[in-house]
Design a protein around this ligand. Structure first.
Ligand SMILES: *Cc1c(COP(=O)(O)O)cnc(C)c1O
Length: 222
């Protein structure tokens, strides 16, 4: 299927919901990204700082960039002011680094807290038992605002996916019911190519879709 056919189908699937579609463009060329842009998409996701900074100047200025990968503290400086939303806040040290760099430029970092909901060692994201400490630290910030939660769930069948999405939604709702100054629960970022339908059924407000739009990624071909 062509990129246009892929996109038509996904947009049809999401039509009834108010879910934001982020096109995950990692490993994809400027040309392919421009193609998706020309079809009307404005939200794009990248997961590597270096790749993002090399592409960003070559693409239209009205793109809303989402940083969805693990963010190393020493790379924060390269993305300040360039991204709409950072999906991968996963610890107090990264938070402090974001606060420092955004404050220096008098800007606000909009972030999601990434939760390692499957407690997988090979994945990033904060473990639930450390969430409260991170939230308390976020409340002390002036230049970082938490807008919601993000998760990459373990690979599994539909039942397993549904369970993890439900857990995320429950945590999201629980935090939403509390009163914070720096934290609002507006965005629940979950769902990718193979499970976005289930994610939306379980309350996702933003899906991150790569291969489902662009076709298979070829990591050898960069
Ligand atoms: C690559 C990636 C996606 C998109 O995955 P697909 O299976 O291609 O849809 C979504 N979220 C994150 C964090 C990713 O790294």
């Amino acid at each position: 299927m062509s990129i246009k056919e892929n996109l038509d189908k996904i947009e049809e699937d999401l039509r009834e919901s108010n879910v934001i579609l982020v096109a995950v463009s990692k490993t994809k060329s400027i040309k392919d990204i421009q193609k998706v842009y020309d079809l009307g998409i404005r939200d794009f996701g990248e997961n590597k700082v270096q790749e993002f900074v090399s592409k960003e100047p070559n693409l239209p200025e009205d793109i809303r960039w989402h940083f969805i990968g693990h963010l190393q503290r020493n790379k924060v400086k390269y993305i300040v002011g360039k991204v709409e939303l950072i999906h991968s806040l996963d610890g107090v040290k990264l938070l402090q680094e974001l606060e420092k760099h955004y404050k220096a430029k008098n800007l606000t970092a909009n972030v999601l807290i990434q939760i390692n909901i499957g407690c997988e060692e090979n994945k990033t994201g904060i473990y639930l038992e450390n969430l409260e400490e991170l939230i308390e630290a976020c409340e002390l910030c002036t230049n970082v605002k938490v807008k919601g939660l993000m998760s990459v769930i373990p690979i599994g069948d539909e039942k397993s996916c549904r369970n993890y999405f439900r857990k995320m939604k429950y945590i999201f709702q629980d935090l939403k019911n509390k009163k914070f100054t720096n934290i609002s629960m507006d965005i629940l970022s979950m769902g990718m190519t193979h499970d976005y339908g289930v994610a939306v059924e379980e309350g996702s407000t933003l899906v991150r879709i790569g291969e489902g739009i662009f076709g298979k990624r070829n990591y050898n071909n960069k």
